[in-house]
Design a protein around this ligand. Structure first.
Ligand code: AR6
Length: 172
């Protein structure tokens, strides 16, 4: 039975086949969850990232997880929020979707995401959570490789937004 879980936690500690990284287009590290993932994975992650020559917003690239409990990292630069008229919502959908397509291609059954774009990139949380939830749900319905997707929220406010989006999708 495929399912979507919302949890509070640190994604660098999650034992999934793949975790997503809210990266930037250079793929060379940064702050927030990106910094935490590079810190926990060790320097080999940056070495592999250097060979990828960046990534466009909404696209995704995969690396190994090195010292992380996760086998793979799905790096995706989410959109920077400019007010909503620059295709931000579609780009956020693309980030989730393209990570999941890569995960399926690499035979991952369990995937964990942070709240992409809602930190430094300022995508409004109340808009981002339903987009993430709907995109993951639609993807899961169309394939049989990925079985469980976790949204790993770093704070209670973020968790409440994803809990609400989950309820709106599943308890009707
Ligand atoms: N585990 C789970 N979530 C986390 C963790 C963690 N260890 N650490 C932070 N978060 P952000 P963005 C949450 O800013 O908005 C970087 O510099 C955080 O609380 O990390 O997509 C990149 O290099 C927030 O809820 O990502 C880019 O330049 C969420 O992760 C830029 O930031 C996303 O916040 C990307 O910005």
């Amino acid at each position: 039975m495929k399912r979507i879980k919302v949890m509070l936690g640190d994604i660098t500690k999650v034992e999934a086949d793949a975790i997503a990284n809210a990266a930037n287009t250079t793929l060379l590290g940064g702050g927030g969850v990106d910094g935490a993932i590079h810190q926990a994975a060790g320097p080999e992650l940056l070495e592999e990232c250097r060979m990828l020559h960046g990534c466009a917003t909404g696209e995704a690239k995969i690396t190994r997880g090195y010292q992380l409990p996760a086998k793979y990292v799905l790096h995706t630069p989410g959109p920077i929020w400019y007010g909503g008229n620059r295709g931000e919502e579609q780009l956020l959908r693309n980030s989730y979707w393209n990570c999941l397509e890569l995960a399926a291609e690499y035979d991952c059954q369990t995937v964990a995401f942070p709240s992409i774009s809602t930190g430094v990139y300022h995508f409004p949380l109340e808009k981002a959570a339903p987009i993430a939830m709907q995109t993951i749900h639609t993807f899961l319905q169309g394939q049989n490789t990925v079985q469980e997707v976790s949204l790993v929220c770093f704070d209670e406010v973020t968790k409440s937004a994803y809990d609400k989006a989950w309820k709106n999708l599943f308890s009707k």
